[in-house]
Design a protein around this ligand. Structure first.
Ligand code: G1P
Length: 301
């Protein structure tokens, strides 16, 4: 069996990033040279998936424009001999099909995923959150490892997880694993969305990537909204486990890193790390930071 479809939820309002997101989607904020969501699409393409559905919302049309080839721009760049810029636009051609559907009411991640039901059909599929980037080495793509694990373990759901500081558990879905672990793959015993510090059973956080069998849609339909009236996908996965479906998690490998742009602190950190890796400007930026450090300009006041 092959997994050929991915869903990228990008409907969130981005209120934690106002005013930067007043009139543009947070997923289009630049991280280094590219908008954040382009890294997510490239990660999916690297795992050999060619059909991508965006679950969008109001004010998200610039995402559609970004992935829609622009013949006028291409013509102008060709005429003026700007071939390296043309190369930078090649990402538009890499996916055979982009699809879009709108979530008109903010009713939670599980509700956004539910909108993918007709697109998905009968095969397993990927969900990759559009505001989170995973930096893997080229030949060790996390999604590929998750797909392998999903098919091998015959799971109904496979989740990416990462170890986080114990004081941050209230920001994430937290996973409790069974004892049986093969390499970085473990069976999930239970999971809970954003527990209080002290009540979490581990420091393994859900890390923005999922593989699901279509049975998830039945479980989303049975999920009870949280106190804020939103349907949490963590609660749908929990129902899966209660009904004896197998759920596994795959831990991020050493050197692999998750970035999210959900708030200014994490966005700034992501920007700095990706800019430092830039082929042309990374070196100059490093020199700049070293100079600032020597002048004492990076010290606290
Ligand atoms: C979502 C999920 C949460 C997960 C997090 C990071 O939360 O609900 O389980 O740990 O993404 O992948 P959000 O950041 O949208 O509040």
């Amino acid at each position: 069996m092959k997994i050929e479809k991915a869903v990228i939820p990008v409907a969130g309002l981005g209120t934690r990033l106002l005013p930067a997101t007043k009139s543009q989607p947070k997923e289009m904020l630049p991280v280094g040279r590219k908008p954040a969501v382009q890294y997510v699409v490239e990660e999916i393409i690297n795992s050999n998936i060619s059909q991508i559905l965006f679950v969008t919302g109001r004010k998200k049309t610039s995402i559609e424009n970004h992935f829609d080839p622009d013949p006028d721009l291409i013509k102008k760049l060709k005429e003026s001999g700007k071939f390296s810029l043309l190369k930078d636009l090649e990402y538009e051609k890499d996916v055979s099909s982009f699809y879009y559907i709108r979530q008109s009411v903010q009713a939670g991640l599980a509700d956004a995923i539910r909108l993918a039901k007709n697109f998905v059909g009968k095969e397993p599929f990927i969900v990759a959150l559009g505001d989170s980037m995973i930096r893997s080495s080229d030949n060790n793509n996390l999604l590929k490892r998750m797909i392998d694990a999903h098919l091998k373990t015959k799971s109904a759901c496979t989740i990416a997880v990462e170890e986080i500081p114990k004081n941050d558990v209230y920001k994430y879905g937290i996973v409790e694993v069974k004892d049986k672990t093969t390499g970085n793959v473990s069976e999930v015993k239970d999971l809970i969305e954003k527990p209080e510090i002290g009540k979490a059973k581990s420091n393994l956080a859900v890390a923005a990537r999922y593989v699901f069998d279509p049975v998830i849609f039945d479980l989303i339909d049975r999920t009870i909204p949280d106190d804020g009236g939103e349907l949490q996908i963590t609660d749908s996965i929990r129902l899966m486990i209660k009904r004896d479906y197998k759920v596994h998690c795959v831990k991020l490998a050493d050197g692999e890193k998750r970035y999210d742009i959900g708030n200014f602190e994490s966005y700034f950190k992501a920007f700095i790390d990706f800019a430092l890796l830039d082929d042309k400007y990374g070196y100059l930026l490093r020199q700049y930071l070293i100079q600032k450090m020597h002048k004492g300009e990076l010290q606290h006041d």
